[in-house]
Design a binder for this molecule. Structure first.
Ligand code: PMV
Length: 318
């Protein structure tokens, strides 16, 4: 029997991280060149319910029941079983590979959950529609991150740029012309839940200041949505840099991210900001095709552990 295979991309947040937790809108884009892939092979001769997991990137090769309860793969499989009211799954071997960096603001956990949910639902003969995959992935994210906004699973499941606001239907965005970005990894592993908790404490200590920052960010997200749809590059870049300043004020940047933003702008980027939870992880610089290599080279020679050129393509009419 051939393997069932499914994959899910990564993502970057263009604008609105943290503020989105407080009901402001965010804009996020998929990164289609990096992805998680799940393959499921049936093991008809193995005892029912015996599931072997292989994930070479994290040196994992174990039976599922050996994994700790809080393991994200185990958690996601449990959610799928619960959703379909299954006592056990048919015996199988699950292979997971990923080209996404972990804990770097590129959505590795949501990408894993989505590729696994898609593959499992297909394996048991009930492939789920996209909205349902999204809700299950959101549950998986909640188990892992506590109180996520849902932006990561939403942009990854739809694989389209998205204008996202809690408790609103996500809006998929049309993009007038290709936008180019350079992503630079600080090499600092950052916990999104710690960053979210830091913002919460700061907000509790000074609600007026923080709510003002959140609403300015919400306004930037609304403008960026328009600029993407109109293909306004310089204006978008300026707003990204403004967003970084607000994230600094919020207390979620760090010296390395600030340095990357500064040198990207000096090297000709149209705008730059931290992306994701902050306190490390990745910086995102908006570039042109002409400045992309120069910005990436400057970042690499100033301590970036990895740089990546990503393109948000223009939308095609459906
Ligand atoms: O998963 P990350 O690190 O890209 O960050 C998610 C964005 C936050 O707004 C900080 C948290 C959330 O749940 O939206």
């Amino acid at each position: 029997m051939p393997a069932i295979t499914s994959s899910a991309p990564g993502k970057m947040i263009l604008c609105g991280e943290h503020a989105v937790v407080y009901n402001q809108p965010a804009v996020a884009i998929p990164v289609l060149t990096l992805f998680t892939k799940t393959s499921i092979f049936a093991r008809p001769t193995a005892p029912k319910g015996e599931i072997f997991i292989r994930a070479d990137a994290i040196s994992l090769a174990e039976n599922l029941n050996i994994l700790p309860n809080e393991n994200p793969i185990r958690q996601t499989i449990e959610l799928v079983k619960e959703y379909f009211s299954l006592e056990s799954l048919p015996a199988c071997e699950i292979h997971i590979t990923s080209t996404l960096p972990v804990a770097a603001g590129m959505g590795s956990s949501a990408s894993l959950a989505i590729s696994l949910i898609r593959a499992l639902s297909e394996f048991i003969g009930h492939p789920l529609p996209v909205d349902q995959v999204n809700s299950l992935a959101f549950e998986a994210e909640k188990v892992l991150h506590g109180n996520p906004s849902g932006v990561d699973n939403t942009v990854i499941v739809y694989e389209k740029p998205v204008f996202f606001q809690r408790d609103h239907k996500p809006e998929l965005l049309k993009v007038a012309a290709p936008f180019h970005f350079v992503v630079a990894n600080t090499g600092i592993t950052a916990s999104t839940s710690e960053a979210v908790a830091r913002v919460r404490t700061n907000w509790q200590n000074d609600r007026e200041k923080y709510e003002n920052i959140f609403s300015q960010i919400g306004q930037i997200s609304r403008q960026i949505r328009e600029f993407l749809e109109l293909g306004k590059f310089c204006e978008t870049g300026e707003l990204l840099t403004q967003d970084h300043t607000l994230l600094q004020e919020m207390g979620v940047s760090c010296p390395e991210l600030d340095k990357f933003v500064k040198i990207s702008l000096q090297a000709g980027a149209l705008g730059a900001k931290l992306s994701g939870g902050g306190m490390g992880g990745n910086m995102l610089a908006m570039v042109t095709t002409e400045s992309a290599d120069r910005v990436a080279a400057v970042l690499a020679s100033n301590g970036a552990k990895k740089t990546l050129h990503i393109t948000l393509p223009a939308s095609v009419e459906e």
